[in-house]
Design a protein around this ligand. Structure first.
Ligand code: ATP
Length: 256
């Protein structure tokens, strides 16, 4: 469904810090339709940059990102719009997920308006009907983001992303800023989403136990490159690279 070929992304630093860094280097992989793929690697190895490039939030320097036979990186902003609906991303920081100046209902209505999915009254009805699935209640709709918890904001962010009925959901460490007890509830919600929504997920996390629990496939990233890829079971039972061996070992002894 999504195929990356030799994707490279460089950040240029302006004078006097003129060195460039290339957090994504010639990355190639395919995502499997309706499966969850975990993207694992040390902090700073380029996972979020890669995710933002796939979601169209950052341009790439070279290579191809092909989604359903369309080369996304060659599209204009306007041509990209339908793909923004199909490829949704939920970010790590709950405090940047929603506009702090808008009540939560307004933020939830926005995608319906932007993508002209439903008239306002029907959109609100749909939002109300969806709340329970995401473990939310009506009273949250009239609050501002600073009046609710980080866990609730991530639930709202998931509701908003899924209200667009995306085909690919990219989750960039959606649980890492949450308390451990809240993380467990979020994981249950993510597993429920896996069961109920027929979508593909690209899941970025440092939590190797979570990756093991919810990913069908794995991409192991190091210093901007994909070191190893394959089914989660194969990679953890037969790791090839030393980096992957360390991760597989930490899973056995409960570290990472
Ligand atoms: N907008 C930017 N401009 C310049 N450099 C950036 C930018 N965003 C990220 N970087 C750098 O690119 C490298 C990769 O960052 P990235 O956030 O993609 O890594 P990551 O694997 O997601 O890390 P983490 O797990 O800590 O979130 C880092 O060295 C980072 O400092």
């Amino acid at each position: 469904m999504l195929k990356l070929t030799n994707v490279t992304k460089t950040y240029g630093r302006s004078w006097p810090f003129s060195q460039k860094i290339t957090p994504v280097q010639e990355v190639s992989f395919s995502l499997h339709a309706k499966k969850t793929t975990g993207l694992v690697g040390k902090s700073g190895c380029g996972k979020s940059t890669l995710a933002r490039c796939i979601a169209g939030l950052q341009p790439i320097d070279s290579g191809h990102i092909v989604y359903q036979d369309v080369s996304l990186n060659q599209l204009s902003f306007r041509e990209w719009l339908p793909y923004r609906r199909k490829i949704q991303m939920v970010f790590q920081h709950p405090d940047t997920a929603l506009n702090p100046k808008k009540k939560i209902l307004e933020s939830l209505k926005e995608p319906f308006r932007l993508h002209r999915i439903l008239p306002e009254r029907e959109a609100v009805q749909k939002i109300r009907e969806s709340l329970a699935f995401f473990g939310l209640t009506e009273d949250i709709l009239s609050r501002y983001p600073h009046q609710v918890s980080g866990g609730q904001i991530q639930r709202v962010a998931l509701l908003r992303a899924l209200s667009l009925q995306p085909e690919l959901l990219i989750l960039d460490e959606p649980t890492s800023m949450l308390d451990v007890s809240v993380q467990a509830q979020m994981i249950q919600l993510l597993q429920k989403i896996q069961r109920e929504f027929s979508l593909s997920m690209l899941f970025i996390t440092h939590d190797i136990h979570l990756i093991n629990a919810i990913s069908d496939h794995l991409l192991i990233m190091k210093e901007g490159r994909i070191l190893e890829q394959g089914s989660t079971q194969t990679i953890f039972s037969n790791p090839v690279h030393s980096e992957t061996k360390k991760i597989a070992e930490s899973l056995k002894i409960g570290l990472f």
